[in-house]
Design a protein around this ligand. Structure first.
Ligand SMILES: [Zn+2]
Length: 316
């Protein structure tokens, strides 16, 4: 009778030990979101640059689905090592959430054999970039011995499957819904939604606690429509393209930022200020804690273009 509690305690301690060791082994970047669903959170590069890209690891009975392959080849190697520690299953699918290189550094580590899936237009954009800068990989190799080692076996990889608008991927017991987000961030953005687990990998339509990059084709109404659609899914966990995972509050924070930005830019336009003046004078002190402040002028320009388009529309 006496030995039972002792035995139970011994089992408990050993389970705890195993759990602790396993958690440490995965490194500081990997966090469990739900059973079998993990995120590799990109390294924080400080206030100027903001955090590196996130990747998702979804384990199923029929293999692993990887969502984005990392910001740099060394990050991609860390993701690969984490997957190997978590499961003996191979990575069967690689889903790309956007076309930018900071989400593609490790594509070559996984595909083939993983089937590489992205939205229509991804292959064309990736093909454009690599031949346009053939020295990129050489520069990376020369940057450090670790980077050189991480690039071992590098080859250029393109998606094998490009979907249009929406795609459902059933792998083992899990369902992943891929959704296109128009004009949200890159040339082809994909959110990945796991409806049973209520986990949403939102791509870079919104980033957490930082200003987003806005390019000429990014459109504030399209971004707001995308975040509205994503909020409507009622996700429990949201993993943005960059920054800490959280909840739908990430979308609400960004929506509020755009509302305030458009309001302030609108008032300055009414006061007769030019776009250059607005870029110089506009302040958003409520967002002092957000990183990547060098992106504020591009956000102002997007708000200005949005207001100009609305005026033209009203004028007609
Ligand atoms: Zn990007």
């Amino acid at each position: 009778m006496r030995s039972r509690p002792t035995l139970a305690l011994a089992v408990c301690v050993s389970v705890l030990t195993v759990c602790t060791v396993a958690a440490q082994d995965l490194g500081p970047n990997v966090h469990k979101l739900k059973d079998g669903i993990y995120v590799y959170v990109g390294n924080d590069r400080g206030n100027d640059a903001g955090p590196e890209s996130n990747s998702g690891i979804v384990i199923t009975e029929a293999g692993v689905v990887l969502i984005d392959s990392g910001q740099t080849p060394t990050a991609s190697r860390a993701i690969q090592a984490a997957v190997k520690k978590l499961t003996s299953q191979p990575v069967r699918y690689l889903i790309s959430t956007e076309t930018h290189g900071d989400h593609h550094a490790g594509d070559f580590l996984f595909s083939p054999p993983a089937v590489f899936i992205a939205h229509e237009g991804t292959a064309a954009t990736l093909k454009d970039r690599e031949p346009g800068d053939p020295a990129r990989v050489e520069r990376l190799r020369a940057s450090s011995p670790e980077m050189r080692a991480a690039l071992e076996g590098y080859h250029f990889v393109l998606p094998q499957i490009e979907y249009r608008q929406k795609m459902t991927l059933n792998v083992g017991e899990r369902t992943l819904e891929l959704m296109y987000l128009k004009n949200a961030h890159s040339e082809a953005d994909t959110a990945v939604w796991l409806p049973k687990e209520r986990v949403l990998f939102s791509a870079s339509v919104a980033v957490n606690n930082q200003f987003n990059v806005l390019r000429p084709w990014n459109d504030i109404p399209d971004i707001l429509a995308a975040t509205k659609m994503l909020k409507g899914l009622n996700p429990e966990v949201v993993i943005p393209g960059h920054g800490a995972p959280g909840t739908a509050k990430i979308f609400e924070d960004q929506d509020q930022f755009y509302a305030l930005l458009v309001d302030r830019v609108g008032k300055m336009v009414q006061d007769g200020k030019s776009l250059d003046q607005i870029k110089k004078e506009l302040r958003m002190p409520e967002y002092d804690k957000w990183s990547a402040k060098d992106r504020i002028p591009a956000n102002i320009e997007a708000a200005f273009n949005f207001l100009a388009a609305r005026l033209v529309f009203k004028g007609n």
